[in-house]
Design a protein around this ligand. Structure first.
Ligand code: GLC
Ligand code: CA
Length: 539
């Protein structure tokens, strides 16, 4: 039982290291680049950095394919750089949250290299192997990135299971030795001073391929509790599990306030709303706004007191929110701020994905300029299936993971100040107008809005404790809600669209003060495009 959940008012900033800041001109972001931007992050006010993988990796899936959990990839720096990042971040009051990919390794990991040599090799059983079925694949399961989830290895005359790419063989969590190797590795990072962990696709570790079970396997929560007891459960860490298969019931286990699993969970129910039901993320559909409010409300209410939400619009796998559900043209700044207000006003721990605090947008590149394997696999698969080029590109422009991965826009100099060399992925051409330098000089910038929202969370406990009540459930324009605790009330009102509308609520706002507004002034019940306000009153 944890005595204090100190992390509840924390705000976490995600860094995708490859795209954050290059310090040596090779076009790839690196650890020294991150260190050089700690002042910037401290100014923003964040408490922790979730660092996407920097481990040794062939980079088939940009580091989510780990070849050595205890080494830093040379393209990002050295272990000494990493130690320096951890200690320098501390002096900026920032903790480092490592990304743990425990469902699979790279096929270039030493364990897998051994495992595929022979069935008697002590590492063979570290992975999930099956024999052929009547000369065919063990079954018809598909990998998340396209194609079969099974790959044949001649030396052992068996197939290994991979839920992601062929180069990401799944680890066998039913093997005690695997679990203990992972615990030792995690404890080694704990000893180096990290502040927490983000657990990649953690709901998929307890897979049972014979029953075609990928996520939420029967032993999942036993495995997580055992992991907790043997590693981070012993100390004060922020932990967050990534669970695409999360539902209310299991989220209460993942984020049980007794501390037996993680601090909180990433659930993705709201993220899947703008796609055609039962289809893939590429099959676009307009955002059902009322549904969005319902889904977020459901999570707010259900976890209040019995779990903890992670609040996010963006990450390295998702498109940019201002392009997705805001308006990245005429109302880019207004809508970016409105979306920030709606998110940061809720109960849970807010996550900011690099560049979100600048209002960075999606890109529309020709297919040659994409790097992401998921995007490229989909493109080729759908071409083969006869889809029209135009439709495929529309999906890519809307949903490709590379939207989030274009280099961070630091200033208006060449390559947005990200690198002096050639960036590994093209910079968004709008860096001349959208960059950190301009944001920092403008008191009215998107950055200033995020900075303010973080500061509010630190000064008003209601942002953490307040119970959530949705207002105007059926309203087609407003996302409005109350937060309430014993002493105070918070009212968040946001016009979610680009029409000017009147707030259809009779509010006696006499005793309220405005904590934040995204327009210079307010005019009563009239809300301009994407106008958002936060009202506060003491009871
Ligand atoms: C998670 C990561 C994603 C990665 C996948 C496989 O979903 O966020 O980037 O491709 O896991 O590790
Ligand atoms: Ca570099």
């Amino acid at each position: 039982m944890k005595n204090e959940q100190w992390w509840k008012d924390a705000v976490i900033y995600q860094i995708y290291p490859k795209s954050f800041k290059d310090s040596n001109g090779d076009g790839i972001g690196d650890i020294n680049g991150i260190i050089s931007k700690l002042d910037y992050l401290e100014k923003l006010g964040i408490d922790a950095i979730w660092l996407s993988p920097v481990y040794k990796s062939p980079q088939d899936d940009n580091g989510y394919d780990i070849a050595d959990y205890q080494a830093i990839d040379t393209m990002f720096g050295t272990l000494e750089d990493m130690d320096r990042l951890i200690s320098e971040a501390k002096t900026h009051h920032i903790r480092i949250i490592m990304d743990l990919v425990l469902n699979h390794t790279s096929d270039e990991h030493r364990w897998f290299q051994e495992a595929k040599k022979s069935k008697d090799n002590p590492y063979h059983d570290y992975y999930v192997w099956r024999d052929a079925q009547d000369g065919q694949l063990p079954n018809d399961m598909q990998s998340v990135f396209g194609g079969p989830a099974w790959e044949y290895v001649e030396e052992v005359d068996q197939y290994y299971f991979h839920q992601f790419s062929v180069k990401q063989p799944d680890l066998n969590w039913d093997n005690e030795a695997v679990k203990h190797e992972l615990y030792d590795m995690i404890n080694w990072w704990i000893d180096r001073g990290v502040g927490g962990f983000r657990l990649d696709v953690i709901d998929q570790i307890a897979k049972v391929p014979d029953l075609k079970i990928t996520n939420n396997g029967p032993k999942l929560h036993d495995y997580i509790r055992e992991l907790n007891e043997n590693t981070f459960g012993k100390g004060e860490f922020i932990t967050v599990g990534e669970a695409w298969g999360a539902n209310i019931d299991n989220a209460k286990l993942y984020s049980n306030p007794d501390g037996s699993e993680f601090s909180m969970v990433f659930q993705f129910e709201h993220i899947g709303l703008d796609q055609q039901e039962g289809k893939e993320k590429w099959d676009l559909a307009p955002l059902p706004f009322i549904k969005l409010k319902q889904v977020l409300t459901k999570w707010q209410e259900a976890l209040d007191g019995s779990g903890w939400n992670s609040l996010f619009w963006d990450n390295h796998d998702l498109p940019r929110i201002v392009s997705r559900w805001g308006n990245d043209q005429a109302y880019r700044k207004e809508s970016a701020k409105m979306l920030a207000v709606v998110l940061h006003g809720m109960q849970g721990t807010p996550y900011i994905y690099q560049g979100e605090e600048l209002g960075m947008t999606n890109v529309q590149y020709p297919i040659e300029d994409y790097e992401d394997l998921e995007t490229l696999n989909m493109y080729h698969e759908r071409k083969k299936q006869g889809y029209q080029e135009e439709g495929i590109m529309r999906s890519i422009h809307a949903k490709s993971r590379d939207n989030a991965r274009t280099p961070m826009q630091w200033d208006a100099s060449d390559n947005a100040g990200f690198t002096t060399g050639t960036p590994w992925l093209k910079v968004n051409p709008n860096y001349i107008e959208i960059n950190a330098k301009d944001n920092l000089e403008d008191p009215d910038s998107v950055f200033a809005c995020y900075q303010k929202l973080i500061a509010l969370r630190k000064s008003y406990p209601i942002f953490v404790d307040g119970h959530f009540h949705l207002l105007l459930e059926e309203d087609e324009n407003f996302f409005a809600y109350m937060r309430e605790d014993e002493n105070s009330e918070l009212l968040v009102v946001a016009n979610f669209f680009d029409q000017q509308v009147n707030l259809p609520l009779e509010l006696d706002l006499q005793d309220y003060t405005i904590l934040y507004q995204n327009y210079k002034d307010t005019s009563g019940n009239l809300y301009r495009p994407y106008e958002a306000r936060i009202y506060y009153k003491q009871k």
